[in-house]
Design a protein around this ligand. Structure first.
Ligand SMILES: Cc1cc2nc3c(=O)[nH]c(=O)nc-3n(C[C@H](O)[C@H](O)[C@H](O)COP(=O)(O)OP(=O)(O)OC[C@H]3O[C@@H](n4cnc5c(N)ncnc54)[C@H](O)[C@@H]3O)c2cc1C
Length: 241
């Protein structure tokens, strides 16, 4: 396909070589990829589409958010959790350094508001933290920013992603707050998050909510913000399913 046609560069599919495979938690793995044809210019929060050679009608397209901002090396850091019986994540689980993957992108508009002018409230369900971690890396590579609160819900204590990193950030940056929560199942994850929110954002001064996770997590939480007086469009969301 001529990359200048249609929706343009973003549709261009290329091979990427897997440089490394690292476990971040017992159930979450990081892949570092290097696209072989051209570097991707992307904003923190964006994702790529992997075209996986599995399923009844391959390729199986699966989206993965970049966990690290764009760098001169062109490397892409992707992070995924192993979904029980998940076709895509099962395929990715057997990928090794030296293997190749097909991808296109970048895509997506779950990105930092420019400029953020109020406190940012990130709420992540498990690997929903990945694009948020990328935004945090970009923000804290620079000067002090607006206050940030990250609420991260994981399925178990040892499945809290980037836990040490976020604890350290909270120690180093007075305006950064980190609230890790453990809940299994979307319903209890939502309930626990809401119970925390009612204490944390009850002062009527508006924050910028940015939510990422599955629909059953993100939708009720967006509903919570709308009920407390936010415009729907002011609640930024990314859903993974
Ligand atoms: C814009 C976008 C960005 C994404 N970024 C990431 C990312 O950075 N890391 C990542 O792990 N996944 C990400 N995903 C989800 C990813 O594309 C796949 O959906 C996920 O890996 C499951 O695919 P599967 O084929 O293994 O499972 P499927 O057979 O498609 O089963 C999906 C089911 O597994 C459950 N599930 C458990 N964990 C996840 C999860 N992480 N995402 C979706 N469903 C899940 C849900 O209940 C869902 O119904 C993203 C999705 C979108 C749309």
């Amino acid at each position: 396909m001529n990359v200048s046609e249609g929706r343009g560069m973003a549709e261009f599919t290329q091979t990427a070589r897997v440089l490394s495979v690292t476990d971040l938690t017992p159930n979450v793995r990081q892949l570092i990829l290097l696209p072989t044809t051209q570097k991707l210019a992307f904003q923190p929060g964006q994702w790529v589409s992997l075209k996986l050679p599995v399923g009844s009608t391959p390729p199986l397209n699966r989206a993965y958010s970049m966990a690290v901002p764009a760098s001169p090396s062109g490397e892409l850091t992707l992070v995924f959790d192993r979904v029980p019986d998940g076709l895509g994540s099962r395929y990715l689980s057997q990928i090794r350094a030296g293997d190749e993957l097909l991808l296109s992108g970048p895509y997506g508009n779950f990105v930092l508001p420019q400029p953020p002018d109020r406190e940012l409230l990130f709420i992540a369900q498990y690997t929903g933290l990945v694009p948020i971690r990328c935004m945090l890396k970009a923000m804290y590579a620079h000067r002090e920013t607006v206050p940030v609160l990250v609420i991260a819900v994981g399925p178990a204590e040892d499945e809290l992603l980037y836990h040490q990193e976020l604890l350290s950030l909270a120690l180093m940056r007075p305006s950064f707050r980190y609230l890790p929560l453990v809940a299994s199942g979307e319903e209890s994850a939502v309930a626990l998050t809401v119970s925390m929110l009612s204490q944390l954002v009850n002062d009527r001064s508006k924050v910028i909510p940015m939510l990422c996770g599955t629909k059953r997590f993100v939708r009720p939480l967006r509903g919570y913000f709308v009920e407390t007086g936010y415009d729907r469009k002011d609640v930024k969301t990314e859903t993974y399913d």
